[in-house]
Design a binder for this molecule. Sequence first.
Ligand code: C2E
Ligand code: CA
Ligand code: CA
Ligand code: CA
Length: 278
Amino acid sequence: AKQAGGNTYAQYSRDFTDYARDRVLLAADLRQALERNELVLHYQPQVDLISGEVVGLEALVRWEHPTQGMISPGRFIPMAEDTGLILPLGRWVLRQACVQARAWREAGLDFGTVAVNVSGVQVQRSDFVETVGAVLRETGVDPALLELEITESFVMDRRQGSEELLRQLKSLGVFLAVDDFGTGYSSLSYLKSLPFDALKIDQSFIRGISLNPHDAAIASAITTLGGHLNMEVLAEGVETREQQEALLALGCHRAQGYRFSHPVAAKDIPEILRRATL
Ligand code: C2E
Ligand code: CA
Ligand code: CA
Ligand code: CA
């Protein structure tokens, strides 16, 4: 932030140096973190607002840093993308989520699907489809239990190449969702040609949904659009009862957010599933 009375360049350059140093240190640490098992997945329930049932779990990575404590993905995913570390990290996340899904299924738990965030950097790799297929085979997970969340900005950036790629992913039997829908300079035409199964309404539209008619109008339009295209629509970042009610009123029946549950450690999921309704 700009400080009163000038000296902004010095401030900027100090902030930048701190930032750069932070990133270099973190990059070196992250490489080790992968080997030392310092990464963990937390899972956030996705809920059917009518039945109250859990219909899915989104896997969200965290880093239990030995000295800095829990580090959120916002601090290391962009750096992992810049350094290429996202490739081993992303593979680890995918594999770990599948191992967990398999264990929950064997315990007789019904969690719907496990959703994994995939970075555009991963998807672009020519061996991505092969990697997903190999992880599914190695872990013995029914592909129908796996959902991949791909951001709208990635899809929009390279629409040409993505059609064939997404079809190959679909042919593995996995479920495909557009993450952060509505924020990526949406061109609705891509929805017609790309084989997506679900749209996730970005939380920036949910925040004001019960107060701001424009946010409500956008959430409503996305819900209607998804419905007509036979896609599931899920609202992200639902925190309040008012937001939940506004969503129900406009016909959106799936949601995820602190209102229902924060992301939690895997060990806490069985209890949440047994509680049946959130
Ligand atoms: P995202 O995919 O949009 O995930 C939703 C984020 O919103 C998560 O933050 C989640 O904890 C947070 N959230 C959930 N409910 C609420 C709510 O009610 N209110 C608010 N304010 N926030 C809520 P998180 O876990 O810090 O993850 C941030 C981003 O990091 C994710 O955004 C995703 O883009 C990325 N990310 C997380 N895990 C992975 C991963 O394994 N691979 C990749 N490539 N990216 C990941
Ligand atoms: Ca799902
Ligand atoms: Ca996501
Ligand atoms: Ca989002």
